[in-house]
Design a protein around this ligand. Structure first.
Ligand SMILES: CC(C)(COP(=O)(O)OP(=O)(O)OC[C@H]1O[C@@H](n2cnc3c(N)ncnc32)[C@H](O)[C@@H]1OP(=O)(O)O)[C@@H](O)C(=O)NCCC(=O)NCCS
Length: 203
């Protein structure tokens, strides 16, 4: 049994654990080992608690969903308005992380569908995601119908340069979850509230 639901501040420790553990498994060989070893769950818990506690943080991040099974939270995803305002893409998938032991069971697809559903509910029509070029997540986004875009940048993480590429969906219709049984509207259901454009960047 899997529930995709909006996160609450009480989920901050679990989200931090998923975030740090998944970085350590997924980005081994891409991000320096010293950076991965130095990631602090406590610090990330503080970050996520501030995001979820703080009305401003909620407004910026717009949507934070967790995937919960009988063993607890095993994945999460976040989405917001595309932060640079480039016009071609209106929404941005900021994070999607599933613990390694729970990958390839459809949770990533459900989480992205939940984010797309939430952003679509708020009137956004398209989605962009940035991903490390060498990451297997590129295959995941392709499987979800994303198009690799001709744009990219270089990000410095822990002293290493990581090439980052974009995938885009011009329409959310194929992505949106039709059924996410315990999905509830995000903490900010008032779609009339204007979105803040500042991104929450994690590094
Ligand atoms: C990327 C991620 C979120 C995908 O979540 P997931 O629950 O494993 O993905 P799903 O089971 O929903 O996969 C859906 C489809 O995507 C494709 N896919 C997923 N992971 C893949 C991989 N490692 N290699 C190739 N294809 C993959 C498959 O076609 C899969 O369908 P199938 O299992 O029926 O073949 C997860 O692997 C993860 O957390 N990775 C590490 C963190 C990360 O890179 N996040 C993205 C940051 S931009």
């Amino acid at each position: 049994m899997v529930a995709i639901r909006s996160a609450s501040p009480d989920d901050a420790p679990a989200i931090a654990r998923v975030y740090v553990e998944t970085w350590r498994t997924a980005y081994r060989g891409i991000v320096p080992a010293s950076y991965l070893a130095g990631m602090s769950e406590a610090a990330w818990e503080g970050h996520w608690r501030r995001v979820l506690d703080d009305p401003e943080g909620r407004e910026i991040l717009r949507c934070v969903l967790v995937a919960e099974t009988e063993v607890g939270v095993v994945g999460f995803a976040t989405g917001c308005r595309e932060w640079s305002g480039d016009g071609a893409y209106e929404g941005e998938l900021d994070d999607v992380y599933v613990l390694q032991a729970h990958q390839r069971h459809g949770l990533g697809r459900l989480l992205v569908g939940g984010v797309a559903g939430r952003l679509g509910h708020d009137g956004l029509r398209s989605l962009l995601v940035w991903v490390a070029d060498r990451s297997p997540a590129c295959a995941f986004y392709t499987a979800l119908g994303g198009t690799r875009l001709d744009r990219g940048w270089r990000r410095c993480i822990g002293g290493a340069t990581v090439d980052v590429v974009a995938y885009g969906w011009r329409s959310l219709s194929g992505l949106r979850s039709r059924e996410t049984p315990s999905f509830r509207p995000h903490v900010r259901p008032d779609a009339a509230v204007p979105l803040r454009m500042e991104p929450v960047r994690d590094l």
